[in-house]
Design a protein around this ligand. Structure first.
Ligand code: AMP
Ligand code: MG
Length: 592
């Protein structure tokens, strides 16, 4: 029988019934949780068990024929699946767990299957040992001495048992990447995406300079201090409908005398008396004492007399008016400091009558490309050369997030040229980005010069695409040496550069949007590596968010990025994603 595999550590407890497997697990789980280990338990039951209760809605619906009954609340959810034909296999059960939320899967039962187990043995049960016939047993926990070379644990020593399980979980995690032979996978010298990002963010200091700019220039920028409303919005209580304004204490009347017509931008300056109405347009201020508007469709005016048809809806005092200050009251914070100005904020600030905004000074980013083979678009193509696309994708992503771009062009592979460019860039810009020439073993000049000019780390990030990444400071200006491949440039920008820019801009703890979606195709990565596939997500027929890749995924294929609406993030803990499993999805809308 084949070995059962999960992308997470899987550990079982094998014992004869009566040994106290559940009691032991129940005692151990709080201790594992306390150590930060996220645990799932899969338990086998021999008999016709039921977790549902007779009379409960879920029970009734299941009995009425729901083959799968999924019940959910704020606190928990349960899927009860009827299995009339065949019991689910252990791999099928493992696939039902959301492995991105777990560190360890414990299994109670399934003792005949091939996966690592601890044997639990109590002398008083009077049953034979299991380990002589089961090579999957990795340790024995008993209250008598076992005759074996396996690790021996005391079944009554809970801390010792918990230590063993915790160590197993940790070793299994670490050993998965090491068991592969490719030197790329050696975790030493490789940083995870999260480690890389937090090392970068540690070195970023937000800008402190402020600038007052006209409204339109503030679009995409970060507000430097709370914008308080100097006025009430709306200024006056006004009508939300075209219709007739009357007094709310004067509803029981057959007809009213229309004393005026009020258009938006005008007013009726006399207090409204009982028996009177004004014909009023949407947005026009209601006269003093008038607080109720009846829509035109319910009114019947002859001469200067109006009657209302209450069969089309009762008239309630206060209906159909917008109160002064209902949107924003005087002194209320309209836009908080640290917010980004997008369409609604810009409109809101304008609605206050303000024509300037104090923003954090826009971040200036200098960009350049490197590599002898890289040419400007528009030139005649030389043999063995490629046109520079990276500066254009970088320019787009930077302007999209409100940066000013200083384009330094393509820098020839000469030490003097690069030296001069970097010096100049560090004087002008808040951040410098280059692409190309940072791979380990790359012959390009850039590495030697960077080493000389600044404090630069050359990292290998355990990700694909985008493994090589240089980061450091050139005369106190943060510098990123991005990889050369066009897709790798975009992915590393999204994962490392954008969070750094957001911090520079003065946004606290910026986080990209992430969703979970159901994979509609198999996805593969290497254990230990974070893989970013280009994908498209959409709602499927069941209303679930589902995702598929855009096809060919080479790191030079920019079209894969253009066709995508998301990155699919295959996390190190879940290198193999089966159809129907949940994956993380990072939407690209608004970011590229
Ligand atoms: P490198 O990191 O310099 O080894 O470059 C990796 C790959 O990216 C090579 O195929 C380069 O030709 C390509 N590449 C480097 N810079 C650019 C650029 N600015 N635009 C498009 N492709 C590039
Ligand atoms: Mg190169």
């Amino acid at each position: 029988m084949s070995q059962i595999n999960a992308s997470l550590p899987l550990l079982g407890f094998a014992a004869w019934s009566g040994t106290g497997k559940t009691t032991l697990l129940e005692a151990m789980l709080p201790k594992l949780v306390e150590r930060g280990i996220r645990v799932a338990v899969i338990k086998h039951a021999h008999h016709n068990f039921d977790i549902d209760k007779e009379g409960k809605d879920s029970y009734r619906l299941r009995k009425a024929g729901a083959g799968q009954m999924l019940i959910s609340s704020r606190y928990r959810r349960a899927l009860v699946t009827e299995t009339p034909d065949e019991e689910a296999t252990l791999p099928q059960l493992i696939a039902q767990l959301d492995q991105t939320q777990l560190d360890l899967i414990l299994v109670e039962g399934f003792k005949k299957l091939n996966f690592p187990k601890i044997e639990l043995h109590r002398e008083e049960i009077g049953k034979p040992w299991l380990h002589p016939d089961d090579h999957n047993i990795i340790a024995v926990a008993a209250n008598v001495k076992a005759d074996t070379d396996l690790p021996k644990l005391d079944i009554n020593n809970l801390d010792q048992l918990t230590d063993f399980v915790a160590k197993f979980a940790k070793q299994q995690h670490a050993s998965k990447p090491e068991s592969l032979s490719c030197s790329d996978l050696n975790p030493s010298g490789m940083l995870s995406v999260d480690e890389g990002r937090s090392r970068i963010l540690e070195q970023i200091v937000p800008t402190s300079q402020r600038l007052e700019v006209p409204l339109k220039q503030a679009l995409g920028q970060i507000v430097a201090k709370d914008i308080l409303s100097p006025v009430n919005v709306p200024q006056h209580t006004n009508s939300a409908m075209d219709g007739y304004a009357i007094r709310g204490d004067d509803l029981d009347r057959d007809n009213y005398r229309v004393v005026a017509q009020v258009m938006a931008g005008h007013s009726y300056d006399h207090p409204l008396e009982k028996g009177q109405a004004v014909h009023i347009m949407t947005g026009a201020p209601v006269p003093a004492h008038a607080d109720t508007v009846i829509m035109r469709e319910q009114a019947n005016q002859t001469g200067d007399t109006v009657m209302f048809d209450t069969s089309k809806g009762a008239i309630l005092p206060g209906q159909n008016v917008r109160q002064a200050g209902e949107d924003l009251a005087i002194g209320q914070t309209a836009v908080a400091s640290g917010s980004q100005i997008t369409a609604p904020e810009l409109g809101m600030v304008a609605s206050l009558g303000l024509d300037t905004i104090e923003i954090n000074r826009p971040v200036k980013v200098a960009i350049f490309s490197t590599g002898d083979e890289v040419q400007h678009p528009g030139e005649d193509q030389k043999a063995n050369c490629i046109y520079d696309s990276n500066r254009y994708t970088l320019y787009s992503m930077l302007t999209q997030i409100g940066c000013e771009v200083i384009d330094l062009g393509i820098i020839e592979d000469s030490e003097a040229a690069l030296d001069a460019t970097l010096q100049q860039a560090s004087n002008q810009a808040d951040m410098i980005l280059s692409s190309g020439g940072v791979s380990v073993g790359d012959a390009d000049y850039i590495k030697t010069i960077l080493d000389k000019l600044g404090e630069i780390n050359f990292w290998r990030i355990n990700m694909r695409p985008g493994r090589p990444l240089a980061f450091g400071q050139i005369q106190q200006t943060p510098f990123f040496g991005l990889p050369g491949n066009p897709v790798a440039v975009m992915v590393t920008f999204l994962q490392f550069v954008e969070p750094a820019i957001r911090k520079l801009q003065g946004i606290d703890n910026w986080q990209p949007q992430v969703f979970n979606a159901v994979a509609t195709e198999k996805l593969r990565s290497r254990p230990g590596r974070t893989e970013y596939s280009r994908g498209t997500y959409s709602l499927d027929a069941n209303g679930r968010l589902s995702v598929k890749t855009t096809g060919k995924q080479g790191s030079g294929i920019l079209r894969s990025m253009s066709e995508a609406n998301c990155l699919i993030e295959i996390v190190p803990e879940q290198p193999n994603v089966e159809i129907g499993e949940t994956v993380r999805v990072i939407p690209l809308q608004g970011r590229i």
